[in-house]
Write a protein that binds this ligand. Structure first.
Ligand SMILES: Nc1ncnc2c1ncn2[C@@H]1O[C@H](COP(=O)(O)OP(=O)(O)OP(=O)(O)O)[C@@H](O)[C@H]1O
Ligand SMILES: [Mg+2]
Length: 401
């Protein structure tokens, strides 16, 4: 029998689509369905072929639904890529009751979104940075405070409008209305960062297949979001070219033998590299493989260092958390320490019940984080779709997309 209810999240990555279904049981979120399919029609986080992407999404969703035997009430998808931008906003309201009410907070956050966002962009998230009540700054929870004026400073995360529209078209094609689009970096952070790390200051890097998404937290609040167009596919492409082999063999060699630090390889270690077509395979020193990967990873970390240049290293007291499929390359933690000058750890997705073994891999952090994010923000609408009044729905109506 198919039950009604639950949340469906679909992480649309460059290399794989991961659909998860989450249901509430005894006040906890359980993963009851999972479907993963190779991502076709996607490049660096964006849809480049709607038909292929639609089919890949459909495959993953069908698998998750069959396993969970659930007809989901809410549907969320994800987006990433270098078109993700941040900008700041500020809003002010006069307090009617001389005491801040939840309604005042909603109003001031709404007014903070009314900044100039260019026509080709769409607003994904509004992240409060601080509230000011009269002259008192640095407030995180203003409700109940006394004053006559409430000010909100926010960070707005935007995406390229056409990217979002193409993504939503894929869901429309399979008969799903999407309730929200979540920035992948923000979702991954929900799954792998601890409250202490967010509080002390931390950089999250989601090193995936097509993009590396970045998020910075400090004092428990998101302070920066960005994306660098470098991921594991570029590493595989480099290996294929430099070692003169197919992409499939390069991918296999990377996963089975890859390290991104030449010091980790002994002088006498050799690997077999199959030739293209029926050319003979060659035996090469594994150091060559390590050197190619190390160069690319160094380049990526230098780009990331430039992206976070406004944050002094002392600001990121906790260091770096690495997640996404590409972080399993041995040597990465050492390179982070060397180039970013920050201590790193690998982040595995936690905090959920149900299919915990299946989802315990850095490549599923985004999907798990999406469930957590959607559950935190939309739990009350899980059962009653008609009552749903999310910002995304309102925005969609307003923007007619
Ligand atoms: N053991 C491993 N060592 C090195 N790389 C790996 C390993 N396992 C997976 N990868 C790489 O991880 C990448 C996929 O990661 P992930 O699933 O996080 O990406 P994605 O979500 O599809 O893409 P993106 O988030 O960038 O759009 C691939 O490029 C793959 O080669
Ligand atoms: Mg990803």
């Amino acid at each position: 029998m198919v039950r009604d209810g639950g949340i469906l999240v679909v992480d649309v990555g460059t290399t794989k689509i991961c659909a998860l279904i989450g249901e509430e049981r005894d006040g906890k979120l359980w993963v009851t369905g999972m479907g993963v399919s190779p991502a076709l029609g996607l490049k660096r986080g964006g849809v480049v072929n709607i038909e292929e992407a639609t089919q890949s999404i459909k495959n993953a969703v069908e698998r998750a639904k069959t396993q969970a035997k659930v007809m989901p009430n809410l549907v969320f998808t994800s987006i990433a890529g270098s078109h993700i931008k941040i900008q700041s906003g500020m809003g002010v309201v006069a307090l009617r009751e001389k005491e801040v009410t939840p309604q005042d907070v909603e109003e001031v956050l709404n007014s903070a979104q009314l900044v100039d966002i260019s026509q080709d962009k769409i607003l994904l998230h509004v992240i409060p940075q601080e509230f000011v009540v009269d002259q008192t700054k640095g407030i995180t929870q203003p409700v109940g405070m006394t004053g006559i004026r409430l000010e909100a400073h926010v960070l707005l995360i935007t995406a390229q409008r056409s990217h979002v529209q193409n993504l939503l078209r894929c869901f429309e094609n399979i008969g799903y209305e999407v309730d929200g689009v979540i920035f992948q970096g923000l979702a991954s952070a929900e799954a792998v960062l601890t409250p202490e790390e967010k509080d002390l200051g931390v950089l999250l890097i989601d090193f995936g297949g097509g993009t590396s998404d970045l998020v910075v937290y400090k004092d428990g609040v998101l302070r920066f979001a960005g994306s660098v167009p470098v991921g594991g596919e570029l590493l595989t492409g480099d290996l294929a070219v430099c070692l003169r082999t197919t992409k499939a063999e390069a991918e296999r060699l990377k996963i089975e033998k890859g390290v991104c630090l030449r010091e980790l390889v002994g002088e006498e270690e050799f690997i077999e590299v199959p030739g293209i077509g029926n050319r003979p395979s060659r035996s090469i020193n594994k150091k060559i493989l390590a050197e190619i990967l190390e160069e690319r990873v160094r380049e990526l970390l230098v780009l990331i260092d430039a992206e976070i240049k406004n944050f002094p290293k002392t600001y990121l007291t906790s260091g770096v958390v690495l997640t996404g499929g590409s972080v399993l390359l041995p040597g990465l933690i050492y390179l982070c320490d060397q180039i970013l000058d920050l201590p790193a750890r690998i982040g595995y997705p936690e905090r959920l019940s149900g299919l915990t073994e299946e989802i315990y891999h850095p490549r599923y952090s985004t999907a798990v984080g999406m469930l957590l994010y959607a559950y935190q923000n939309y739990a009350q609408s899980m059962q009653k779709r008609s009552k749903k009044e999310g910002w995304w729905r309102k925005l969609k109506q307003f923007l007619k997309i």
